[in-house]
Design a protein around this ligand. Structure first.
Ligand SMILES: [Zn+2]
Ligand SMILES: [Zn+2]
Length: 252
């Protein structure tokens, strides 16, 4: 009886949303086109949804870089073979191009806060597919420098970590790692310059909370991996038992 009632109620909501969508169409969070009435439950239009560049195997077992072609065994890519990372592996949901790139840009620089829920959905999909949560104790967001956070008014990594935490039932350790040095923007720098730029930029504020813990570090974008690596290093130095890097998007 209850079941029928719930289904009826859901159908009622469904019809209601469709009607509202016809009278007052919502717009796609990424491209501003009206969302199709038949697609009312989505925050994106059909065209944007279809253009999400999901990262599918094969991808590097270390740095998460996707490759074209078939590969049946776990492998490590050319780019990171000679590099030492302080995370065990990195995974991302989507390529940092097209729709995801636009979505992240709109969130960070146009402050379209609703977009966090879209990014969180992508992150959670990757988290469920590629991370074994039996091997994870807690989630740590990559920090922003307090000055940058004041300007932007939020740290998207913290919001993503909170959304993930609710789904995977692992706590978020806030301010476990902090940014002690503000660094110039990294966008135009190469890998080595980025690494130099970040030297001494992070510190662990809660060593007792992270010691012995298996952690998933969360951020929006993985570009060269130096940010994740710098955070991973201070966490491992503070005796964290394991660090995995999880991001919404991956530069390719
Ligand atoms: Zn769209
Ligand atoms: Zn690699």
């Amino acid at each position: 009886m209850d079941r029928i009632k719930t289904n009826g109620y859901e159908r009622f909501l469904d019809v209601g949303r469709t009607l509202i969508g016809l009278i007052w169409p919502r717009t796609c969070l990424v491209c501003d086109h009206p969302i199709e009435a038949t697609n009312h439950a989505s925050a994106l239009c059909v065209a944007c949804q279809q253009q999400i560049p999901w990262i599918e195997p094969p991808f590097c077992g270390r740095c998460g870089l996707p490759f074209a072609g078939a590969m049946n065994e776990p492998f490590q890519c050319e780019h990171c073979r000679g590099l030492i990372f302080h995370f065990r592996y990195a995974v991302a949901a989507v390529r940092a191009e097209g729709v995801p790139r636009q979505a992240i840009h709109r969130l960070k620089y146009e402050r379209r806060w609703m977009i966090v829920s879209v990014l969180a959905d992508w992150l959670i999909k990757a988290a469920r597919t590629w991370v074994d949560w039996n091997e994870v104790d807690a989630i740590v967001p990559v920090p922003l420098h307090p000055r940058k956070k004041r300007i932007r008014q939020f740290n998207q990594a913290e919001w993503l970590a909170d959304a993930l935490s609710r789904v995977v039932a692992r706590p978020v350790i806030r301010d476990a790692v902090v940014r002690v040095r503000d660094t110039p923007t990294q966008t135009l720098l190469g890998r080595e310059a980025r690494a130099r730029n970040l030297r001494g930029a992070f510190a662990v504020r809660k060593p007792r909370a992270v010691a012995g813990q298996r952690l998933v570090l969360v951020d929006d974008v993985f570009t060269t991996g130096v940010t994740m690596d710098a955070c991973g290093k201070v966490l491992r130095d503070a005796q964290a038992a394991d660090v995995v890097a999880l991001t919404v998007a991956r530069g390719v």
